[in-house]
Design a protein around this ligand. Structure first.
Ligand code: HEM
Length: 444
């Protein structure tokens, strides 16, 4: 049973419900733009609109207004489903540290979405299944090591793929998102599945198809045959167990029968997409902030361990979190400063509010990679691009290794001019919304 908070009252009343007008505003300004952008695979056109209208600024303002109006405790903004927004750092830490009980990451919404391609993935698992699946993910991904023991092999694949991309850029004169994404997926397939998967677009196209369905969650019927073909494709790579791949580690890491090792892999593939968005935005920042670009270039010889470039990627993720809505469902009644929430309620941590609220975060609209040069703790303000607590992203270090090494090769011998971005630079506030998909880089 969870300990009550020291600041909790004995109130048996439920956490307040926002007024109908505030419900409509919270949905329109906070929840809808995020859902419309695509929870599992992004919709570039909606992202472009979000950038044009700078909708994330509106969302943060709405959160500030709601907090002002209802106080620091949570407030329910979808009464039927009992979805509550939280506003205080200690509530963020409490919810994330209280995973999987009483705050399970396997929320109704996530089960609806991820069930399309990884119904046995750790993120949508019960507490009992998680007890086996989480340690398996941590072992294979080596979550505590900045550089995975396959790091040299990963770095070699990254070097080859980025060099091939740069050859293409020399030919076309520009670096676009589409070219970057082709390179990215070749690299991810090699790192996760093995070198022989480099050109196996079918496996990631199958996943893309299933991810598109996942955006529609329960509204789309499950494509059972496609999912079977996709998972069988992954199984083949595990059977092949190419040395230096994560598939090899899946094949050789002991697993409890409940673990379903192959079903842990889709998350590693699909979540790598977020690292691509963060890297492309970080490249724009390194191009627009000459001092940061110079510091990154100086660091290149120490690859694959690149703390400053990793910080740049983390800062890109703080400014534009790729998981803006961190969801938890309550598994028992929980007490809060302003009332109780019954079991089965939903808690939403809206990350941009905690990352970009200029009334409480001095660096809200500045590019400050230095924020990440030391490990952050629960004593710190919650910047949570990788979530936190026992369900924190176990692939964080693999993602940062990929992203930082890709950036190192891109900036090593080149300076880039960026177009297609909102105005960027040290003299101005960092934009609230920033789509990576419309960016084009030209060697300066
Ligand atoms: C920049 C890239 C990435 C970001 C921002 C990111 C972020 C996150 C976040 C926020 C969560 C928690 C979601 C939640 O609580 O609902 C999560 C979970 C997870 N991530 Fe990542 N992730 C990234 C890349 C990766 C990669 C590359 C891998 C694997 C190679 C990975 C593996 C996982 C796994 C297995 C979980 C589920 C953890 C659990 O439920 O215990 N992620 N990630």
């Amino acid at each position: 049973m969870e300990q009550p908070l020291t600041r909790s009252s004995d109130s048996a009343a439920q956490v307040p419900v926002a007024s109908p007008v505030d419900v409509a505003r919270a949905v329109a300004n906070v929840l809808l733009p995020m859902a419309a952008s695509g929870a599992i695979v992004r919709r570039p056109r909606v992202m472009a609109l979000r950038q044009r209208l700078q909708l994330d600024a509106r969302a943060v303002k709405e959160m500030q207004r709601l907090r002002e109006r209802y106080g620091p405790g949570p407030v329910q903004v979808i009464p039927g489903r009992r979805i509550s927004l939280v506003f205080e750092p200690q509530d963020v830490h409490r919810v994330l540290n209280g995973s999987p009980e009483p705050f399970t990451p396997a929320s109704l919404e996530k089960r609806g979405a991820l069930g399309h391609f990884q119904p046995a993935g750790v993120l949508v698992s019960s507490a009992e299944e998680r007890a086996h699946r989480r340690p398996f993910n941590e072992k294979v991904l080596e979550q505590g090591r900045p550089v995975h023991h396959h790091g040299e092999k990963m770095a070699a694949a990254i070097a080859e793929e980025v060099e091939a991309l740069l050859g293409h850029v020399e030919f076309t004169g520009t670096l676009t998102w589409d070219d970057f994404a082709v390179m990215w997926w070749r690299m991810v397939r090699r790192i996760v599945l093995g070198d022989s998967a480099r050109d196996d677009e079918r496996v990631t196209d199958d996943l893309l198809r299933l991810r598109k369905d996942a955006n529609m969650s329960y509204l789309k019927p499950r494509r059972v045959l496609r999912r079977r073909r996709f998972l069988e494709g992954l199984q083949k790579y595990v059977d092949r167990a190419e040395p230096g791949s994560l598939a090899e580690m899946v094949a050789t890491t002991p697993a409890h029968p409940d673990t379903q090792p192959v079903q842990q892999i889709p998350q590693w593939l699909f979540a790598s997409d977020a690292a691509a968005w963060a890297s492309f935005r970080a490249l724009a920042m390194l191009s627009a902030y000459p001092d940061a670009g110079a510091r990154a270039r100086e660091e290149v010889p120490s690859a694959p361990d690149l703390p400053y470039l990793r910080s740049c990627v983390l800062e890109s993720l703080r400014l534009w979190p790729t998981t803006p809505l961190i969801l938890r469902d309550t598994t028992e009644d929980t007490r809060w400063e302003n009332g109780t929430l019954p079991a089965g309620s939903s808690i939403v941590i809206f990350a941009p509010f905690f990352h970009r609220d200029e009334t409480r975060v001095p660096e809200a609209h500045r590019f400050e990679p230095e924020l990440w040069l030391r490990e952050r703790t629960d004593e710190d303000w919650p910047f949570v691009p990788f979530s936190g607590g026992p369900a924190m992203c176990p692939g964080r270090n693999v993602a940062l290794l990929m992203a930082s090494n890709v950036l190192a090769h891109l900036v090593k011998d080149r300076r880039w001019t960026v177009s297609g971005a909102p105005p960027l630079g040290p003299e101005r506030p960092v934009p609230a919304s920033f789509s990576p998909f419309g960016l084009t880089f030209t060697p300066a």
